[in-house]
Design a protein around this ligand. Structure first.
Ligand code: MUC
Ligand code: MG
Length: 366
């Protein structure tokens, strides 16, 4: 099997309501569909969600770097030669969503060619993931209403609360209101997207100590090196690295610095190949992980679920798999479903996804 073409299709699907957080907001899913064609007729598919405020990638840059730099280097290669493919991709720094979409499309091809699911190829631990829902910035009452609606409609009982606003009391009040409204049975954790200083983070964590948070993600910037260590040393709530740990070297730095106690793994930025390596790093060190989400559409969320359900460590905790619920539409012929708080993972072959070509024709931007 040889790669004959890599097709990049920009598409845009609006959100019903924007997701707002400390480092930005997303109103439209302006993503890139990546399809790797082969001489066997099989096509591997994945989705790249560019997040300009986090990684500097845009829809145009993802398409541009794949079309002009990556695709010409990969033509003629076998999809099985992932190590050789990554050696080529890694000559270029950055561009995590573009590289990851290619990686996941290759795994889709390998699964299809063997007639097995990618989740079995990766580890085959289970066929479902518990789902965690992200609640973006709004007034406290609206954030509580959203969490209640999602709990009642989808059975979701784990919520990630976006924080990082000033004054910190605003977010402290939101977390208290959510705990009061939802009760002690739901799981809550927070994500600051680098919005606070280390001392603001420490004050917020102290104020939230009795709210019963699972963990707190990326409260302050990775470059606040000593501030983060100071924070991690005193926090009674585990701190998780997200934007500060986007690849293996960064994971090592954050963990060895004592600046983080856990790591968010996002297939949108480390694909399957490097997500597996980050996971091995964490499990070898006895570090907890969470399956994160880069505000993926259904294809990206399916990839996150395929990875998360493949391993015991990643499926212990609810994964962030529900951002697509706020999109007005999507590209899958058989949409993902969340029921009783769980997402069942399609069982292949490959990623087990089928595109709705009419929808793609409608939403494509080229
Ligand atoms: C998250 O966990 O931070 C927001 C920005 C981004 O890159 O991902 C999301 C969710
Ligand atoms: Mg995060």
């Amino acid at each position: 099997m040889k790669i004959t073409k890599i097709e990049t299709t920009p598409f845009a699907i609006p959100y019903r309501k924007p997701l707002r957080f400390a480092s930005g907001e997303v109103e439209v899913a302006a993503h890139v569909l990546v399809r790797v064609h082969t001489d066997t007729g099989l096509i591997g598919t994945a989705e790249a969600p560019p997040r300009p405020f986090t990684y500097g990638e845009t829809q145009a840059s993802v398409k541009g770097v794949i079309d002009s730099i990556f695709a010409p280097q990969l033509l003629g290669m076998s999809p099985l030669a992932r190590e050789a493919v990554h050696a080529k991709l890694d000559r270029t720094v950055g561009n995590p969503a573009a590289k990851s979409a290619i990686d996941m499309a290759l795994w889709d091809l390998i699964g299809q060619s063997l007639g097995v699911s990618v989740t079995e190829l990766l580890g085959g631990y289970t066929d479902r993931m518990r789902v965690s829902h992200m609640v973006g910035f709004a007034q406290p009452g609206e954030m509580v209403e959203e969490a209640e609606r999602v709990r009642d409609r989808y059975g979701i009982t784990t919520f990630k609360v976006k924080v990082g606003r000033r004054p910190i009391q605003l977010d402290v009040d939101v977390c208290r209101a959510l705990r009061a409204a939802l009760g002690d049975d739901v799981e809550l954790y927070i994500d600051g997207n680098r919005g606070w200083t280390a001392s603001e983070s420490a004050a917020a964590l102290r104020a939230l100590e009795d709210v019963g948070l699972l963990f707190a993600e990326e409260l302050c910037p990775a470059d606040d090196v000593l501030g983060r260590r100071w924070l991690a040393a005193q926090s009674r709530i585990p701190l998780y690295a997200d934007e500060s740990a986007t690849k293996q070297g960064e994971v090592t730095r954050e963990l060895l610095a004592g600046a983080a106690h856990g790591v968010s793994i996002k297939t949108a930025r480390t694909g399957f190949t490097y997500s597996q390596r980050v996971l091995s790093q964490c499990s070898g060190l006895g570090v907890e992980v969470v399956i994160g989400n880069q505000i993926d559409g259904q294809i990206g969320s399916l990839c996150a679920a395929v990875f998360g359900s493949a391993f015991e460590l990643t499926s212990r905790r609810a994964g962030e798999l529900s951002n697509f619920l706020d999109m007005t539409d999507d590209l899958l012929a058989e949409p993902l479903r969340i029921e009783r708080g769980e997402l069942r993972v399609p069982q292949g072959p490959g990623l087990g996804l089928r595109l709705d070509e009419d929808k793609l024709a409608h939403y494509r931007q080229d």
